[in-house]
Design a protein around this ligand. Structure first.
Ligand code: 8ID
Ligand code: ZN
Length: 349
């Protein structure tokens, strides 16, 4: 019952737009599974990929998408531990070599041979997507596929970032870009992990959403006269948050973070604005003992843990469902910074 053709969104040239059209359904290789994607979250990374924002080329033509939740419909002959009919997710890390020193130590996102869904291989903006069986996300049957799809990139990434920050329950963490897709999930994971979140983003709609998702306070960067002072003032002792999770798609907040992070605190860089650089004063970084580091998606264990938080009902971030055919409109809203939370596309429409 697997069709020969399917609907997909295809980027035919860098810069876009994406084109909604019928393309052939591929067959899984020996170590791969074919997933009938039901829903796929739309990540800002998909827009970066289409626009060619990063110093790493995509495949062309490209089917984007890396938050695909669906049902396993076929598997290669080497696949023994993923069953037909199970729920599974296509995530950013589509596959890795599993034998280099990074893979051996469960740092598989750092693998030099990593395959990236919706970037170096076709992703989840199609009805049938392929992924390496070793890397597909295992989704429990009781989970709603539309609601869980954003966990497959946004959830895993922010959960990993919060762990990498070293922030402990009871401490304060600033979430920069809290009103976006990753940010809305970061607020929910922070809360579930016992952290107090200071949300930073722009506009009243995002402010309301952040408060509803459990943020203790909201700093509106678009109206604040002094973001650094306002973020510090949002901690009880005025000394600033213990950690900063920087998810914004602009350079300035990456420079600001080290100014308001608490001494001995950690700045976690996750957002990937085009052509951006980190800059922090050496003097302050030294005498305030600040750590600045990057965090890149998560490994298979992080994936399972992030999904388990969701399964337990701890992660309820807002999302809007539209048809896969409307993806280009979602990208336009995203480019304008008008999305509070996440858009999810339904591949049947
Ligand atoms: O593994 C990784 N490191 C990883 C994984 C997934 C995504 C990195 N990312 C990257 C994406 O490629 C993108 O660059 O994280 C970034 C955020 O992705 P997203 O959450 O999907 O984007 P969004 O929904 O557009 O949210 C971005 C938010 O940032 C706010 C915007 O208002 C928006 O709500 N923002 C901006 I632009 N400037 C800001 C500022 N100065 C700001 N918020 C606070 N201060
Ligand atoms: Zn993503």
């Amino acid at each position: 019952q697997i069709p020969a053709e399917q609907w997909a969104q295809v980027v035919e040239k860098t810069g876009g737009p994406c084109v909604y059209k019928k393309i052939p359904v591929q067959k899984p290789g020996p170590d791969e599974v074919l997933i009938n994607v039901k829903y796929s979250g739309v990540c800002h990374t998909d827009l970066h990929a289409m626009m060619g924002d990063w110093p790493l080329a995509t495949k062309i033509p490209l089917v984007g998408g890396h938050e695909g939740a669906g049902v396993v419909v076929a598997r290669g002959e080497l696949v023994k531990d993923v069953e037909i009919g199970e729920y599974a997710g296509v995530k950013w890390l589509n596959g890795s070599c599993l034998s280099c020193s990074f893979c051996q130590q469960s740092d598989e996102p750092l693998c030099g041979q990593a395959l990236l869904s919706g970037y170096t291989v076709d992703g989840s903006f199609q009805q049938y997507a392929i992924a390496k069986a070793a890397h597909v996300a295992r989704i429990p049957k009781e989970c709603d596929l539309a609601a869980i799809s954003p966990v497959l990139c946004a959830g895993i990434t922010v959960y990993k970032g919060l762990k990498e920050s070293g922030a402990r329950p009871g401490q304060y963490v600033a979430i920069v870009g809290a009103g976006g897709g990753l940010g809305s999930l970061a607020l929910q994971y922070a809360k579930a992990m016992g952290l107090h979140a200071i949300a930073i983003d722009g506009g009243a709609e995002k402010g309301e959403m952040c408060k509803a998702l459990g943020a203790q306070s909201f700093v509106d960067f678009s109206v604040s006269k002094d973001v650094v002072a306002d973020v510090k003032a949002a901690t009880p002792d005025g000394l600033g948050p213990h950690a900063v999770i920087c998810l914004a798609v602009s350079e300035k907040p990456f420079q600001q973070a080290s100014q308001y992070v608490r001494s001995r605190g950690t700045v976690i860089c996750i957002g990937l604005p085009a052509n951006a650089f980190l800059k922090a004063p050496v003097f302050d970084t030294v005498i305030r003992m600040i750590t600045i580091k990057g965090s890149y998606v998560g490994n298979r264990q992080d994936t399972a843990e992030a999904i388990e938080f969701f399964r337990q009902g701890l992660i309820k971030a807002p999302f809007k469902v539209v048809g896969l055919s409307q993806l280009q409109e979602v990208f336009e809203l995203m480019h304008a910074g008008k999305i509070a939370g996440r858009y999810v596309v339904d591949t049947a429409k």
